[in-house]
Design a protein around this ligand. Structure first.
Ligand SMILES: [Fe+2]
Length: 252
């Protein structure tokens, strides 16, 4: 497994060098979609150990129209499933941090070994995540949130189940991109006060199915540029738009 991730680390450095222009210029804000980067076997091993909805590792959010989801709330390494632990170590490694800095143009990215907010996510039928700007600060490490990486783990996903990751323009007038949360798809995007995203439409997948992902957050010790900042202070997620009864609706 070590050799596998060593090779993946080298591949990611090459990928980042070749794709940084694409990342920077993608609309509505810098991002990239990477398909089939990992081997199917490795991701199958994550799926096999993915906790069921009844597991006690989940922290459950249940705010209607805002966020209805499960997020892993591990208190120590022993609670993290083995293959997921190896994957997280890789995604928090120097190879990946160097590559993400090259890809995004954001120097000196820092991982979050505490997995505050990051980790496994599971959305059940009816679940949703309103379009939002992310919180901007890590309370414990006292660093600034800069980049999100999502690895989707959903085989046989159907577009009509909803659950697409939506990217909105900075005026919140239009959804400019929808990304299906399919198996072995990575989405990397810059996060700041105007990179609005979510999956606001309630999930329509059948009972027994769910929208599964592993989410990693990355930080810098120095602040975001002023043009990425809407307010001077620390803030949590800022909820903007939900989707209810087939229509987008503003929040707040
Ligand atoms: Fe977010």
């Amino acid at each position: 497994m070590i050799q596998y991730y060593q090779k993946q680390g080298q591949d990611f450095q090459n990928y980042a060098a070749k794709n940084k222009e694409i990342y920077t210029h993608n609309k509505p804000f810098p991002h990239i979609v990477i398909d089939n980067y990992f081997s199917e076997e490795v991701l199958d091993s994550l799926l096999e150990e993915f906790p069921g909805p009844e597991s006690n590792v989940w922290h459950s959010s249940n705010q209607e129209s805002v966020q209805i989801k499960l997020r892993s709330n591990w208190e120590n390494n022993a609670q993290v499933p083995k293959h997921t632990y190896e994957m997280i170590n890789f995604l928090n490694s120097g190879d990946v941090l160097r590559s993400l800095s090259e890809l995004t143009g954001i120097e000196g990215l820092i991982a979050d070994p505490y997995l505050t907010g990051g980790g496994l996510n599971c959305i059940l039928p009816g679940g949703q995540l309103a379009v939002h700007a992310d919180g901007n600060w890590h309370d414990l490490m006292k660093v600034h949130r800069r980049v999100n990486l999502i690895l989707f783990l959903n085989k046989k996903w159907q577009t009509e189940w909803n659950g697409q990751l939506e990217f909105w323009d900075e005026k919140l007038e239009n959804c400019e991109k929808k990304i299906d949360p399919i198996f072995n798809r990575i989405v990397v995007f810059t996060t700041h006060d105007y990179t609005f995203h979510g999956h606001p439409a309630p999930l329509m997948c059948p009972p027994g199915e769910s929208r599964k992902s592993l989410i990693m957050y990355y930080y810098t010790s120095y602040p975001r540029p002023p043009e990425q900042t809407s307010s001077s202070g620390v803030h949590r997620a800022e909820w903007k738009i939900t989707h209810d009864g087939g229509e987008y609706k503003p929040l707040g």
